[in-house]
Structure formats: structure tokens, C-alpha cells
Design a protein around this ligand. Structure first.
Ligand code: NAD
Length: 254
């Protein structure tokens, strides 16, 4: 629906490509003004693509692992728009070791710390900075993009990645318990295998193996994740908090 998010201001981290761009595109289509926050050079072009579709969007260069940048970013968005309704913590990294996962015994402390900084500390900092703005409005929607790796034994991803995404689920539940009385919900969407640049290092053999394990017979698309995020960001989901929606074609079921 075109106007479900009319008047809402949304932040999508890692929104320049892949799942994040799919989410930005969907929230903008539903009527939100979308701030695409990303580190890559293509960020401005991503916002431009949405503007060409007649949507309301802007680009912001942000490295979610940099605490100082996050404070300036959130204050800047609030100054420009007067509100922040939706925060989608989507930016994430999944370093690979020649196309396969890093075993724990092969993982350097630096590699571990980098993944935790981007995938877990970044979302924590963004939540911490956005919550006071959402409390003042009496309204907020936080959606954290976790992973199937946080739901069951990770097959294709490394221990640091699984730890970061499982931590993000724990953070989401804790925060949901703290902010529900302020009209703020906090939920997760856990993608299965979604066709994006993050999968570009996977061999054809691994991709075929993964697809063969999906009951629906194929990898998902960014739009499949975006649909779940748009629902959680809408008024329809006003009484849903502290939960995770699995979007994985049936690859993992609880
Ligand atoms: N693709 C999948 O199958 C899959 C499965 C489960 C979970 N996920 C999760 O979905 C999210 C999006 O994944 P994707 O497949 O679209 O990945 P992607 O690599 O295609 O896109 C990730 C985006 O995040 C941005 N980013 C990375 N580090 C950043 C930083 N420090 N600050 C700001 N932006 C940063 C990148 O520039 C990129 O635009 C990630 O959190 C990922 O862990 C993806």
C-alpha cells in the first residue's frame, strides 16, 4: 500500500545494495522518507535510483563501526526531519576464507572484533542514539536483520558471524522489554539464503547445495526480506515486539 508509512522517517543501514536496498525501496514505496546510510561510494546512486522512481530518499555516508559518526548521524537526521520513526539495522559483513567459512581456530582476534563491531556494536549504538528520539515521539519501530545462522547450527557462515547475529537477537529482546511502554517495538528478521553480493564469493557448487536444501527450491530475493520489514515497521504490527520472523523458504523451521 502506497501510504502505509506516509510521514514516517526511516533509516536503513547498509541500504546501498543487496537486502538493504530492497528494504529502502520497499519502505519508500510504502510512503516513508528513507535515509540510506552506507559506507560504499554507490550510496548516492542508490538514493538517486529511488528519487527517479518518484520516492523520497537521501544518502548518508556512515560507517556503523564508528561511534563518533553514529552520534553525528542520528543528530543530523533528527535536525533535518524532526523525527526518526523506523531504524533498520541491516548493515553487516560475513568475511570468508577463500569462499568458505573461517573455522574458529583460524579466526584472528582482529577478524573477530571487526565482525562484532559492524554486526553487533553498530546496531547497539544506533539503537542507543535513536531510542531517545523515538521516546519523545511516543513511536518507534526497530528492525534488526539477523540471520538463520543465529537460529540453528551455521553451515555456511563463520563462528564470529553467528555470534554477532545471535547477540543481536539477544539485544533485540532485551531492548524490546525496555522500550515497549514508549510505543517502540523491536523485532528481528532472520533471512535464510538471499541472492545478494554477499553471496558472490560462494562457489557454484555451494550455491547449488544450499538451494537443494530449501523446501521452496530456490534462494530468496531482497524483496522477500523487505516485505517482512515493511510489515514490522507498519501500524499493523503495533502489538508485535521482541520476536523474530524467519524468511527462508522453509530452510529452517522452529
Ligand atoms: N544474503 C544473505 O543470504 C543473508 C542471509 C542472512 C542474513 N543476511 C544479512 O542481511 C544483511 C544484508 O546482507 P546482504 O546480503 O544484502 O549483504 P551485502 O554485502 O550485499 O550488503 C551489505 C551492505 O552493508 C554495507 N556495510 C558493510 N559494512 C558497513 C559499515 N561498517 N557501515 C555501513 N554500511 C556497511 C555494505 O556496504 C553493503 O551495502 C546483513 O546484515 C547480512 O548479514 C544476509
Amino acid at each position: 500500500m502506497q501510504d502505509k508509512l506516509q510521514g514516517r522517517v526511516a533509516i536503513v543501514t547498509g541500504g546501498a545494495r543487496g537486502i538493504g536496498f530492497g528494504i529502502a525501496e520497499r519502505l519508500a514505496r510504502d510512503g516513508a522518507h528513507v535515509v540510506i546510510a552506507d559506507v560504499i561510494d554507490d550510496t548516492a546512486q542508490a538514493a538517486q535510483r529511488l528519487a527517479e522512481q518518484g520516492r523520497s530518499a537521501q544518502a548518508w555516508r556512515l560507517d556503523v563501526s564508528q561511534e563518533r559518526e553514529i552520534g553525528e548521524f542520528v543528530r543530523g537526521v533528527e535536525r533535518q526531519h524532526g523525527r526518526i520513526d523506523i531504524l533498520v539495522n541491516n548493515a553487516g559483513i560475513s568475511p570468508k576464507n577463500n569462499g568458505t567459512k573461517f573455522l574458529v581456530e583460524e579466526t584472528s582476534t582482529e577478524n573477530w572484533s571487526r565482525v562484532i563491531a559492524v554486526n553487533l556494536t553498530g546496531p547497539f549504538l544506533l539503537c542507543r542514539e535513536c531510542i531517545p528520539v523515538m521516546r519523545r515521539q511516543g513511536h518507534g519501530r526497530i528492525v534488526n536483520i539477523t540471520s538463520q545462522s543465529a537460529r540453528t547450527r551455521p553451515e555456511a557462515t563463520s563462528g564470529h558471524y553467528a555470534a554477532s547475529k545471535t547477540g543481536l537477537m539477544g539485544l533485540s529482546r532485551a531492548l524490546a522489554g525496555e522500550v515497549g511502554n514508549g510505543g517502540i517495538t523491536v523485532n528481528c528478521v532472520a533471512p535464510g539464503v538471499i541472492e545478494t553480493p554477499m553471496l558472490s564469493t560462494f562457489s557454484d557448487e555451494r550455491r547449488a547445495h544450499l538451494a537443494s536444501r530449501i523446501p521452496m527450491g530456490a534462494m530468496g530475493a531482497p524483496a522477500d526480506i523487505a516485505a517482512a520489514v515493511a510489515f514490522l515497521a507498519s501500524d499493523d504490527a503495533r502489538y508485535i515486539t521482541g520476536t523474530t520472523i524467519d524468511v527462508n523458504g522453509g530452510m529452517f523451521m522452529t
